[in-house]
Design a protein around this ligand. Structure first.
Ligand code: HEM
Ligand SMILES: *[C@@H]1O[C@H](CO)[C@@H](O)[C@H](O)[C@H]1NC(C)=O
Ligand SMILES: *[C@@H]1O[C@H](CO)[C@@H](O)[C@H](O)[C@H]1NC(C)=O
Ligand SMILES: *[C@@H]1O[C@H](CO)[C@@H](O)[C@H](O)[C@H]1NC(C)=O
Ligand SMILES: *[C@@H]1O[C@H](CO)[C@@H](O)[C@H](O)[C@H]1NC(C)=O
Length: 604
């Protein structure tokens, strides 16, 4: 450091001060450019870890990556062998979504189990367990491991003070999020999902994921209130013991409820004094009390809350019948485990089955993982949260029976559920198309601001570029904006806004990426979302060898409830008159047809 010499120079008189200033300037500039964190270049490939040494040196830790060399780019012998044989994710996707005749055979043989096992292990292996980084800690640390208030991170943040916001590539300033949203995400005209997804699916997605996506705004965007980090059903039972106790009846294991028009509904906040988010003008006697405080937002969410409430109390009755000696606590706790099992079963075999478009008949069977290394713990990641912002699913209007409701009249409408009842809402949501999510401009103007918020959040948290995530999940990085969008016009605009494809951001990248043929979204959402999803589902403690047995669920009866659960049963065992066609797709649109024939919404 030339510091002391420079300051003595300064003393020599005002005449030379200009020269000194110039000199100082040059030195400072030289120093600041020399001090660029080399990890800003994302030099380490194949999941190698970048560590900075001194001012301008770095090392890649390539341990157990299968590669070596300064940037973990040289494959070891077996890696080279494996890499040449390994087909791309695109190849698997093609096979799994074509050749129905082949899958009709495979579905009924041992091959189904074998393939399901491969799907699970390959996907789950992409998720680090125990978790690694978070938005505060870009290195492994005890604080990041033990403080459950953080969402975890698959990739550490872009180092602070890099030459550009996305590292070293791209423009010095990222484009205005509002402009990105308006240019590339805002709906011009509703585009129905070509897989036939309906609003039953959309509200299920939102209801299910909001048990673990609960960003704790007051602590900063990198934090969550969902300390369970997975399928804990805190959206049914509350995320604290106090909240749970306020929701419980303390009789026969049941939850509190109210009866309106002869039907069971969640209690009001007068009966269960807990905080629920509602606008001020909604009186307490119209505020429902359920586990997740935001579910007053939409009748679709409260409809699912009602179904799960009824299911809980129904299962309590079944258990009590078999175990008349059990007290309230044991009936409650065992029923909760059964409902967790039902949820996972429905999510894998109905929800993911529909979403994937796979002809392989998916199977929920924890025993598939008993023979192999698998960690029964999970941590929700910021990236998973960002990826799941599927607001394009929402239609232009919500069509209940013959009436169309605007966003203004649907959102926070606390009487609609009681006015129509569960059956009518299920029937209407089943018949109404949801929007395609990826590769199209399809977010309704009313909720576009949520997408803007996602982009702003990703910058505060310094999420790495889209291409770094492509590589992290075993996908080939895109070479250009054209390759991402599959067209020229938007690609040119994006190029202008970002300056370089390596500066393309995560969430816009996921949404703008061209969709796979006749699919709800593009390759990246599938290949990045599936690992988070399957790891989160299968790492639940009920799936572990210690828990996964009939006694955990109160005996064979409870275990059978888990193993035969379906969306159809969730609805039809809990309403008086079962609505027709209960499913995650609109009627007349089954998996077998969806890839061969596209049925536009107007025909239905
Ligand atoms: C009309 C329907 C909807 C409205 C009005 C709505 C509104 C919102 C709002 C205001 C937020 C909070 C944004 C923030 O904290 O900055 C949010 C978050 C979110 N929304 Fe929606 N949303 C709707 C439907 C959906 C659907 C169908 C999904 C499907 C999965 C979804 C997924 C999410 C996710 C994952 C978050 C992040 C939650 C968190 O981190 O706490 N939303 N939404
Ligand atoms: C490693 O990566 C850095 C940064 O991208 C690059 O400048 C350097 O040439 C690479 N070194 C080798 C040996 O590939
Ligand atoms: C195999 O599973 C797929 C997906 O569920 C389904 O479309 C197909 O009809 C099944 N075939 C048989 C024979 O079960
Ligand atoms: C987790 O970290 C945050 C931020 O540093 C801190 O406020 C909070 O108290 C920590 N939580 C626990 C349980 O230590
Ligand atoms: C709520 O929905 C009902 C139909 O169930 C409708 O009559 C009412 O106008 C809606 N409320 C608001 C505030 O739009």
């Amino acid at each position: 450091m030339p510091g002391p010499e420079l300051s003595s120079f300064m003393m020599t008189g005002a005449s030379s001060s200009l020269l000194v200033l110039l000199l100082l300037n040059t030195l400072l500039l030289a120093e600041s450019s020399a001090a660029v964190d080399p990890c800003c270049y994302f030099p380490c490939q194949h999941r190698g870890v970048c560590v900075r040494f001194g001012m301008d040196r770095y090392e890649c830790d390539c341990t157990r990556t299968g590669y070596y060399g300064p940037n973990c780019t040289i494959p070891e012998f077996w890696t080279r062998f494996r890499e040449t044989l390994r087909p791309t994710p695109g190849f698997y996707h093609y096979i799994l979504t074509h050749f129905k005749w082949l899958w009709d055979i495979i579905n009924n043989t041992f091959l189904r189990d074998m393939l399901m096992k491969i799907v699970l292990t390959v996907r789950a292996n992409l998720i680090p367990s125990p978790p690694t980084y978070n938005s505060e800690y870009e290195y492994i640390s005890w604080e990041a491991y033990s403080n459950l208030s953080y969402y975890t991170r698959i990739l550490p943040p872009v180092p602070a003070d890099c030459p550009t916001p996305m590292g070293v590539k791209g423009n010095k300033q990222l484009p205005d999020p509002q402009i990105i949203a308006e240019k590339f995400l805002l709906r011009k005209q509703f585009i129905p999902d070509p897989q036939g997804t309906n609003l039953m699916f959309a509200f299920f997605a939102q209801h299910f994921t909001h048990q673990f996506f609960k960003t704790y705004g007051r602590m900063g965007r990198g934090f969550t209130k969902g300390l369970g980090h997975g399928v804990d059903l805190s959206h049914v039972y509350g995320d604290t013991l106090d909240r749970q106790h306020a929701l419980r009846l303390f009789k026969d294991g049941k939850l509190k409820y109210q009866v309106v028009n002869g039907e069971v509904y969640p209690p009001t906040v007068l009966q269960s004094p807990i905080h629920m988010n509602y606008p001020k003008n909604i009186p307490s006697e119209k505020r429902f009390a359920v586990g997740q405080e935001v579910f007053g937002l939409l009748p679709g969410l409260m409809m699912y809350a009602t179904l799960w409430l009824r299911e809980h109390n129904r299962v309590c009755d079944v258990l009590k019948q078999e175990h008349p000696t059990w007290n309230d606590e044991q009936l409650f706790q065992t029923t909760r485990l059964i409902l967790i099992g039902e949820t996972i079963k429905i999510v894998i075999e109905d929800y993911v089955q529909h979403l994937s478009g796979y002809f392989l008949k998916l199977k929920f069977d924890p025993e598939m993982l008993f023979g192999i290394q698998f960690q029964y713990s999970n941590r929700i990641a910021v990236e998973f949260n960002q990826l799941y912002h599927w607001h394009a699913l929402m239609p232009d209007t919500f069509d209940i029976q013959d009436q169309k409701f605007s966003y203004e009249s649907f959102i926070y409408n606390s009487s609609m559920l009681l006015d129509y009842g569960v059956e009518t809402l299920v029937e209407s949501f089943t018949n109404q198309h949801a929007g395609q999510i990826g590769g199209v401009k399809n977010i309704h103007s009313y909720i576009l601001k949520v997408a803007v918020g996602v982009i702003e959040e990703s910058r505060l948290l310094r999420l790495q570029p889209f291409n770094e995530y492509r590589k992290r999940f075993g996908l080939k990085p895109y070479g250009s904006f054209q390759e991402l969008t599959g067209e020229e016009e938007m690609a040119a605009e994006l190029e202008e806004l970002y300056g370089d494809f390596e500066a393309m951001e995560f969430y816009p990248g996921l949404m703008i990426e061209k969709a796979q043929p006749n699919s709800i979204f593009g390759e990246s959402i599938v290949e990045m979302g599936a690992p988070f999803s399957l790891k989160g589902l299968l790492s639940n403690p009920i799936c572990s060898p210690i828990y996964w047995k009939p006694s955990t669920f109160g005996g064979k009866t409870g275990f059978d409830i888990v193993n035969t659960a379906s969306l159809q049963k969730l609805v039809c065992l809990n309403v008086k008159k079962c609505p027709p066609n209960v499913a995650f797709h609109v009627p007349d649109f089954n998996l077998g047809k969806s890839h061969l024939r596209r049925k536009p919404s107007t025909e239905l």
